[in-house]
Design a protein around this ligand. Structure first.
Ligand SMILES: [Zn+2]
Ligand SMILES: [Zn+2]
Length: 269
């Protein structure tokens, strides 16, 4: 089954341009150097006896989610997967509201797949949505669901791939021949087995200078070689990395992703 993976945002937590910064990348005229907060959208046509329908899963709803959904023409969401509960990955959850009303009329709330740790933060921040006492009538019709090792959404299996983000163990995801790993500072040995035979690997790479909770380009290149995917796409990029200049120095199989980039993926197992 064919799917399409769209990079809704490829920037680091502060976005690029970064507020108040006049550096070459933040003032660049190249649209590839404008990066919203990190998020991805997977779409596929579900094949069933009714002739099929387009399905859409979002990974992380950061503070730019509304703008990203508008750009991508997103009209329905079947599920959201969360990698972890840092602000740049969750603060757009409330913008699911109008789409959740559509989903609710069609059958039920939008499932949000999250680890217990992530769910706890979401419940605290969005108390008016999740609390059993919530009375706000226009709250998002969403429902937290535990993130299992494998979660099946309308014929596509999302495999959880644990990665390290500083001292936290967070979630990456594999679907068919592609994987999305963001905010990575380390990959546990067991996770490499889940990443065999990939066509497309999405991996975060912040900049060249080391950071305690994010990989450098150099580290990402090392994992990319070991995993051996045909294509590696770097995301969660800070303003230290200019699109053109950085791409020129990368091996052919590795490229910086950019906002709006869509790649074809096979979502069947
Ligand atoms: Zn992040
Ligand atoms: Zn800058």
């Amino acid at each position: 089954m064919e799917g399409r993976l769209t990079f809704l945002g490829t920037g680091t937590s502060m976005g690029v341009p970064t507020l108040g910064c006049d550096c070459a990348v933040c003032t660049s005229a190249d649209p590839h150097d404008r990066r919203l907060r990190p998020s991805a959208l997977l779409r596929w046509n579900e094949e069933n006896s009714n002739g099929g329908r387009e399905r859409a899963v979002v990974i992380d709803t950061g503070p730019d989610f509304r703008e990203q959904a508008l750009r991508a023409g997103l009209r329905r969401v079947d599920a959201v997967f969360y990698t972890h509960a840092h602000a740049d990955h969750i603060l757009g959850m409330d913008d699911l509201r109008p789409l959740s009303f559509v989903a609710f009329r069609e059958g039920g709330p939008i499932p949000l797949y999250a680890t217990a740790e992530t769910a706890e933060v979401l419940e605290r921040i969005y108390d008016y949505t999740f609390s059993p006492q919530a009375t706000y009538p226009n709250r998002a019709r969403v429902q937290l669901e535990p993130l299992a090792e494998r979660n099946r959404i309308h014929g596509v299996e999302f495999l959880r791939v644990p990665v390290l983000h500083g001292g936290m163990k967070i979630a990456g995801f594999r679907f068919g021949n592609a994987a999305y790993l963001t905010d990575v500072s380390g990959i546990p040995e067991e996770s490499f087995e889940l990443l065999e035979g990939l066509e497309h690997l999405v991996l975060s790479a912040l900049r060249h200078k080391p950071h305690p909770s994010h990989a450098t380009v150099e580290q990402a290149l090392g994992w990319s070689r070991r995993i051996g995917a045909r294509h590696t796409w770097l995301t969660h990029i800070a303003h230290e990395l200019g699109h053109e200049e950085t791409n020129r120095a990368l091996p052919d199989s590795v490229r910086l992703a950019y906002d709006g980039l869509t790649i074809p993926v096979s979502v069947s197992l």
